[in-house]
Design a binder for this molecule. Structure first.
Ligand SMILES: [Zn+2]
Length: 191
């Protein structure tokens, strides 16, 4: 799309492959705030194929770990503003990855700021270096994965916890989804 800010992105690119681009936006909310977006123009997440959505979050997750390692972040926000009602501004799918520290005062009201070229270059290098490190040591650990699944299973047994639509627990029949025309459904939330 010719006038789309992401399709014509010109900023600092940290990583790219055939599906997605990871970059430093020109008006970040904190130093190191990065954005991942598909190379193809999709307005909202549901328009993107599963492989693209998977790749977006794979790359978003790597950026998050790079921020813990490269920027000494104490936490990160991986955020998608998906649709008009969620505050999405640019009509192109993007995952914001925001490094957090205790007392950073950021909350969820994000004033943007201008970085100097020096600050921008520094965070670019720190994240790129950390990403390079991750490319050889990012395999999932089986023990940690098993522990996580155990915790998730325990969580499902808690009384009164609401379940996501269509997500029955093990052994329970799946609830049928209500059929809605996908095009009409999307129209209500396009930015
Ligand atoms: Zn676009």
């Amino acid at each position: 799309m010719a006038d789309c800010a992401y399709c014509g992105f010109k900023g600092s690119v940290l990583f790219e492959d055939e599906k997605v681009v990871a970059a430093l936006p020109s008006s970040p909310v904190v130093p190191g705030h990065a954005v991942v977006f598909p190379k193809q123009h999709f307005q909202i997440v549901e328009q993107a194929p599963d492989e693209t959505v998977s790749r977006l979050f794979e790359v978003a997750n790597k950026l998050s770990i790079a921020m813990f390692e490269g920027l000494r972040a104490q936490g990160t926000n991986l955020i998608v503003m998906d649709g008009l009602g969620a505050g999405q501004k640019a009509p192109h799918v993007a995952v914001d990855v925001v490094p957090r520290t205790n007392g950073d005062g950021l909350g969820f009201t994000w004033p943007s700021r201008k970085l100097s070229d020096e600050q921008m270059g520094l965070v670019e290098t720190q994240i790129k270096d950390a990403m390079l490190e991750l490319s050889v040591s990012a395999a999932p650990v089986p023990a940690a994965d098993a522990e996580w699944k155990g915790r998730e299973a325990g969580k499902h047994k808690e009384a009164g916890e609401p379940e996501m639509e269509g997500e029955g627990g093990e052994g329970e029949p799946k609830k049928p989804r209500r059929r809605v025309d996908p095009f009409m459904r999307q129209l209500r939330r396009l930015p």
